[in-house]
Design a protein around this ligand. Structure first.
Ligand code: NAD
Length: 349
């Protein structure tokens, strides 16, 4: 076995149907008496219902995707004005992202109640966007202290959002399996995360109210978040960051690019690919992922989510100028081909 470094991250997880009922006790456990509650505008009703009996100092329900600096500053100022001593986020990666940027400058503890499969609740990664550019960083301060996973809160997550968000989580696991700084413990989590999500997502599409599959998907998302928190990401995430900068939606972009990025790296990361195949239970990791996505009825072409053919060369250039460490050398011509295949949604072969 080769030498490795493993970083365990401290977070408390409360998991299970109905677990959100423990929210007041978990807030008290953090010693918090003045909670700032965060959500998107669309989820405000549900959030009000689950946060009864909390010592709420105020509510910020204007969360939007990609944490724009202006909105982040508004939330930070509110936390200061209210003298909040804890942020409770109820929602997906976007909502957790607001809790994290408040924690980044104030050190306030974050308690996350995730309702999608982004996995952000398990990471020390924060992000903020300004002028169409997303800046990200890692800081232990932003890691939620407590995470309450309640699959009942995800029963209304639309199937298309569930599928794309779940594939985003699978992408975290895949890249952790071939990360240059990976390790056997993270690989266990990554393989199990892919297994759980690839089993749960098709069932969720067939029956979005299937509580058992919802629970399994949340468990997979937890593992996926844990995998990217301590290992580096590679070409796939680099491409998605570049495409995100062009305005493409986060989770869908990950889902579409993943089988093509896996094809790119296939021969250079055979051990990782064998684990992906074992986890999904199908041969050829890139085709296994592509076939899984075909069952989920999500967009399979970058052209379907707003990518213009004219931007492909620019994206390939940006992605190859300052590449992340990757199992296969990152070169312009094959990366452009990868993007063209993803743009047209071709079945990788
Ligand atoms: P999201 O948080 O933007 O949510 C998508 C939509 O679904 C929103 O309108 C939301 O209100 C709605 N929604 C959420 N939960 C719902 C539920 N249970 N039922 C019905 N509707 C619900 O999407 P996301 O994919 O979870 O997060 C994307 C963001 O998270 C991106 O900005 C991405 O960069 C970030 N992210 C960060 C990390 C990290 O480690 N920092 C990891 C993954 C994603």
């Amino acid at each position: 076995m080769r030498a490795f470094v493993y970083n365990g991250l401290p977070s408390r997880v409360v998991f299970g149907p109905g677990a959100v009922a423990q929210l007041p006790a978990e807030v008290a456990r953090l010693g918090a008496k003045r909670v700032l509650l965060l959500s998107t505008p669309g989820r405000a009703g549900m959030v009000a219902a689950v946060s009864k009996n909390l010592p709420i100092a105020g509510v910020f329900d204007k969360v939007v995707m990609h944490t724009p600096l202006e909105a982040a500053n508004e939330a930070r100022e509110l936390a200061t004005k209210l003298n909040a001593d804890c942020c409770v986020t109820v929602g997906g990666g976007s909502t957790i992202g607001f809790g994290k940027v408040i924690a980044l400058t104030s050190g306030l503890p974050v308690l996350a109640v995730p309702t999608t499969y982004s996995g952000s609740e398990m990471t020390t990664i924060w992000g903020m966007s300004e002028n169409n550019t997303k800046k990200t960083g890692r800081d232990p301060k932003v890691l939620p202290r407590t995470v309450i996973y309640d699959p009942e809160l995800t029963l209304d997550l639309p199937p298309a959002v569930s599928a794309a968000s779940g594939m985003n989580a699978i992408a975290h696991c895949v890249e952790a399996l071939y990360a240059h700084d990976g390790n056997p413990i993270i690989s266990l989590m990554a393989e199990e995360g892919i297994r759980a999500l690839s089993k749960a997502l098709p069932s969720i599409i067939r029956n979005p109210k299937d509580l058992e599959s919802r629970a399994e998907a949340l468990y997979g998302a937890w593992l996926a978040g844990a995998t990217i928190s301590t290992t580096s990401v590679a070409l796939h995430h680099k491409l998605c960051h570049v495409l995100g900068g062009l305005g493409l939606p986060h989770a869908e972009t990950h889902a579409i690019v993943l089988p093509h990025a896996v094809r790119y790296n296939y021969d250079a990361a055979r051990e990782a690919m064998a684990r992906v195949e074992r986890a999904i239970g199908a041969p050829l990791a890139f085709q296994a992922i592509y076939e899984l996505e075909a069952k989920l009825a999500i967009p399979m072409k970058l052209s379907e989510i707003g990518m213009k053919a004219a931007d492909l060369e620019r994206a390939a250039r940006i992605a190859t100028e300052a590449p992340y460490p990757n199992p296969r050398k990152v070169e312009y011509a094959p990366v452009l081909e990868l993007l063209r295949n993803a743009h047209e949604g071709r079945r990788p072969s």
